[in-house]
Write a protein that binds this ligand. Structure first.
Ligand SMILES: Cc1cc2nc3c(=O)[nH]c(=O)nc-3n(C[C@H](O)[C@H](O)[C@H](O)COP(=O)(O)O)c2cc1C
Length: 457
């Protein structure tokens, strides 16, 4: 760690990183209206990725869903369009982008290290060093049902397995020597016992970038020990700063400097020419996101019973959620459901909100609503006050939801000196200013041609 800083007060000139999340099967997305296009056609992915690259973003992240959400035996309508496999999509995007990092969400519970390490190494080669792996740890038995072994993983085992998974994958990536010769590998641990030869040469980045979205204490510890990037989502700037300080402070224990791990905060932006116009647009979007049916469905998930007789414009159920007949199988625990339901009821009573209004109030994801100037100022402040090292934009519309931000906010961030005006390196590690793993020559690669706008290969 010599020469590199532990966590502490920051310089006022700190710059930010930007990433984009492909909106998917969730209430952040507006699914209806003339501008809402297919969430599965390649043209949608391509448009968003090219826009992110035009905005000089660090990376583009695809979510993973290994099981469609179901409710009372029916596939949730938000999952109705399906859930394409992220690495396959990103391999195709590697061909139509030149600098943008390509991040695939992939589960450490249901995959195997050899298989996933091979696919991530391949993406890193195809994209010339732009691959990232967003490690997630689903553990529910519904997802488990789709896999040969069935069942689910105890919550307590999620991060121990994920840690061993990442360590094993890194061992496989390291098994090829720099002169491109494979050496046999062997790993014996609690979760994996494998020995053989890895089939893909060492990835251009050495190791693809590892991303994690920590919430729990175990998740944060895993991130501090293992991840290059952490994705966070917070309701208030104070919560953001507290999370940031907590995760950065954990790094020293693992011999890591504060800058070795970047914390990107999820943001959803609604712009307007005036503050009032932005507020009006935000209210319209919230109503589009939470239809009357969706509001009731959201409560049904929590309550665990059919609430279709309830009026979305009326009050919440007075009774508590029912206990899951199969407790402790990776679902929301009954106690948590009762507590959450209690909070929703209290909020609706305090503010006089209907079912739909309560769901809108509690599930709306619009962190920044305002003029481009106000949004740019808030993002800059957040970075310079150490609430984040950057942001993951979660657009509300596919595929045009990033256009306005890139056209109107990115130039303001650049004017303020908060964001790059050109890509300075080629690899994702270089964009993120991350130290390379041993043997890759540090954060900045030596190719000098700078790129200021997205390529059109
Ligand atoms: C921005 C963001 C994106 C996420 N994407 C996924 C995803 O695609 N698939 C998934 O299974 N979990 C996803 N998660 C869930 C996280 O991996 C993690 O489980 C969650 O934040 C709770 O933290 P914990 O695991 O420490 O309890 C995401 C979380 C965040 C904040």
């Amino acid at each position: 760690m010599s020469g590199r800083k532990p966590y502490g007060p920051r310089q006022p000139g700190k710059r930010c990183h930007l990433a984009a999340y492909f909106p998917g099967a969730d209430t952040t997305t507006v699914w209806t209206g003339p501008d809402a296009k297919s969430p599965i056609e390649f043209s949608s992915f391509e448009h968003l990725a090219r826009t992110a690259e035009r905005g000089l973003f660090d990376f583009f992240l695809l979510a993973e869903g290994l099981r469609s959400r179901e409710h009372q035996g029916r596939i949730d309508d938000l999952d109705g369009a399906g859930r394409p496999e992220p690495l396959t999509v990103l391999n195709a995007l590697a061909a139509v982008t030149g600098r943008l990092g390509l991040a695939a969400t992939a589960d450490a519970t249901f995959n195997e290290p050899f298989e996933l390490a091979r696919r991530l190494a391949t993406l890193d080669h195809l994209s010339d060093g732009r691959a990232a792996w967003h490690v997630v740890t689903s553990s529910d038995d519904l997802t488990g049902g789709n896999f040969r072994r069935g069942g689910y993983l105890d919550r307590a085992d999620r991060y121990p397995r994920a840690a061993e998974f990442v360590a094993t994958a890194r061992k496989l990536w390291d098994s090829w020597t720099p002169d491109e010769a494979p050496r046999p590998f062997a790993h014996q641990g609690r979760y994996f016992d494998i020995a053989g030869e890895f089939t893909v040469p060492r990835p251009p980045q050495g190791h693809p970038v590892v991303i994690q979205a920590a919430g729990s204490g175990e998740g944060r510890e895993f991130a501090a020990a293992t991840a290059d990037v952490v994705l966070a989502r917070h309701g208030t700037p104070e919560a953001g700063r507290a999370f940031y300080a907590d995760v950065k402070r954990r790094l020293a224990k693992y011999g890591r400097a504060a800058d070795d791990l970047k914390i990107l905060s999820g943001v959803t932006v609604v712009l307007g020419d005036t503050a009032a116009e932005a507020q009006e647009r935000a209210a319209t979007i919230r109503r589009q996101q939470v239809s009357p049916q969706r509001a009731v469905l959201t409560l049904e998930r929590l309550w665990g019973v059919d609430l279709s007789a309830y009026d979305p414009d009326g009050p919440l159920p007075e009774f508590d959620p029912v206990a899951d007949p199969r407790p402790a199988r990776g679902r929301v625990r009954h106690g948590e459901a009762v507590a959450t339901a209690g909070k929703l009821r209290a909020l609706s009573k305090e503010k006089g909100l209907s079912i739909r209004q309560t769901v809108i109030e509690t599930s709306a994801r619009q962190s920044l609503v305002g003029t481009p100037e106000a949004v740019a100022a808030e993002l800059a402040r957040s970075v310079r006050e150490d609430a984040a090292d950057g942001f993951v934009l979660v657009p509300q519309l596919t595929p045009g939801g990033l256009d306005e931000f890139v056209d109107r906010v990115v130039p303001l961030l650049q004017e303020r000196g908060v964001f790059r005006t050109e890509y300075e390196g080629h690899t994702l590690r270089s964009h993120l200013g991350l130290p390379g793993p041993v043997g890759t020559g540090g954060p900045h690669d030596d190719r000098t041609d700078h790129m200021t706008t997205g390529p059109t290969p």
